[in-house]
Design a protein around this ligand. Structure first.
Ligand code: ADP
Length: 473
């Protein structure tokens, strides 16, 4: 089959859908090619937290937060390897991105929290679990506007280039193995996500930086199975520059069987600790994702437990960030629940005395403790701080869940400029080709702040969609 659209988007995750809808809002008709049978990608599997500061607002003031601090933490949190111009755009346009999602009908609770590795309470919490709220909003746009056509079960495998070297379309394979060609009158947006599920590519990339002891198949991933770097490979074939491919992010929060984020019981950084199989804490749980995960690699069986109390889950029927109730996880044997710390320790298989002592020491830093709010021996400064409500780990029932390292996000990829135009190795624009989201590289440096991926895909998805709509060959 052969189709023509003004703008062609490859990949229906958060970046692709943001680009597609932005191009449609600019009056273009759009075709989106998606490998799987539905939209969502990795975005829908994420916790959904989106960092964004409404500069000068009461909420920002209450947390001593600002766009400038968001920029600084993002840049320094990636060891200053990110492109500062892109980091600045990311943070400055984040709040606009939230407002845009709200206009599309998405709900946020209005609460800000610190997501793991987010370093600061600035994550907006969606009203719906995981990333589903984003896609409900995108779908409602599609229901009301006919100018975006979705081609599901269609895998792009080649970018088409015209006689002047401009990208002008995509060749893909449809469900029955048929060839699908989609021509673009305006631009093509690459939004195929990262390569965490491409073991060969991630191992090769890790050799460059050796950030991780290994990234072979023994390390699971949080990602959907189709996240294999297709877009990166296609872009490289038309001359795109790949940057910082070795910057790969792991989380210490994978399900021990599958590596997925499902079963992750934490709700916010402030209310939980990590302990190892000896019942001891081993890292600042409010710190960077790379530092926490590297510390986990040092623990026996590279295994830890998230531990918290009923402040987060008063009845056990509340949902975690992944749409699961605590009680259902306990019933399935994926989490532990007990009325005393001793019983919890027994279920976890860790020494009860050690676990109890660990928690007593931790509680000293929480509200009401003799070291309230003071930095602890691991450098942690984010503690539970709501009196009576979220005041340390001291209210039964207690909860724990086992977790392992898991490959989460690939920060390297296709190089782009501030207009989301793809660049070649000489820093020149490849005409007609735009990219956004995890397929791109060079924004987050060595370590992406938790909560910045949703920001990235909405902000740069919108930029890519607008640029592709404007472009003419
Ligand atoms: P981002 O967070 O950057 O938006 P996601 O992982 O959420 O990335 O989404 C990427 C989407 O791209 C997924 O839905 C994935 O199935 C899709 N995808 C990956 N490779 C291809 C391909 N070759 N053709 C079409 N879609 C693809």
């Amino acid at each position: 089959a052969e189709y023509t659209a003004d703008v062609v988007v490859i990949g229906a995750g958060g970046a692709g859908m943001s680009a597609a809808i932005t191009a449609a809002q600019a009056g273009k008709n759009v075709i989106v090619l998606e490998k799987t049978g539905s939209m969502g990608g990795n975005t829908i599997l994420s916790g959904g937290a989106m960092n964004a500061v409404d500069d000068g607002s009461e909420v920002a003031k209450a947390h001593d937060d600002s766009v400038a601090l968001h920029i600084q933490q993002t840049y320094e949190g990636g060891d200053e390897q990110g492109n500062l111009e892109l980091v600045t755009i990311l943070c400055e346009q984040a709040w606009d991105g939230v407002e845009w999602m709200k206009e599309l009908g998405m709900g946020f609770t209005g609460e800000v929290f610190t997501v793991t590795g987010g370093l600061w309470p600035r994550a907006q919490r969606p009203s719906d679990p995981e990333g589903t709220g984003f896609f409900k909003a995108f779908q409602s746009y599609l229901d009301e506007n006919t100018t975006v056509t979705m081609l599901y079960n269609t895998t792009a495998n080649e970018l088409l280039v015209d006689e002047n070297g401009a990208v002008c379309g995509v060749k893909a394979t449809g469900k029955t193995g048929n060839t699908v060609t989609v021509n673009a009158t305006n631009g093509v947006v690459l939004a195929t996500g990262g390569f965490a599920r491409n073991v060969e590519l991630r191992e090769k990339a890790n050799e460059e930086t050796q950030l991780w002891p290994t990234l072979d198949e023994s390390i699971p991933s949080t990602n959907a199975s189709g996240i294999t770097g297709d877009g990166i490979i296609m872009a490289e074939a038309v001359g795109a520059n790949l940057i910082q491919m070795g910057n790969i992010q792991l989380l210490p929060l994978g399900d021990p069987e599958t590596g997925s984020l499902s079963g992750n019981i934490e709700h916010a950084v402030e209310s939980r600790i990590f302990v190892n199989e000896q019942g001891e804490r081993f890292v600042n749980e409010g710190g960077r994702r790379d530092e926490m995960t590297l510390a986990l690699f040092e623990q026996s069986n590279t295994t830890m437990f998230i531990v918290m109390d009923s402040d987060t889950y008063p009845t056990g029927e509340e949902l975690n960030n992944f749409g699961e109730t605590m009680n259902s996880l306990v019933e399935a044997g994926r989490a532990y629940k007990a009325d005393t710390l001793e019983e919890l320790a027994e279920q976890m298989g860790v020494p009860a005395e050690t676990l109890t002592a660990t928690i007593e020491e931790y509680n000293r830093h929480c509200v009401g403790g003799d070291l309230e709010g003071q930095e602890d021996e691991f450098g942690r400064t984010l503690f539970s701080d709501v009196e009576g409500e979220n005041d340390g780990i001291n209210d039964a029932p207690f909860y724990a869940a086992k977790r392992v390292p898991t490959v989460h996000h690939t920060m390297g990829g296709v190089e782009i400029n501030a207009n989301a135009e793809v660049l070649n190795a000489n820093g020149e624009v490849i005409p007609g080709l735009f990219a956004a989201g995890e397929v791109t590289g060079g924004i987050h440096g060595t370590n992406r702040l938790g909560g910045n991926a949703l920001t990235d895909i909405i902000v740069f998805g919108r930029i890519a969609g607008a640029s592709a709509a404007e472009y003419t060959r």
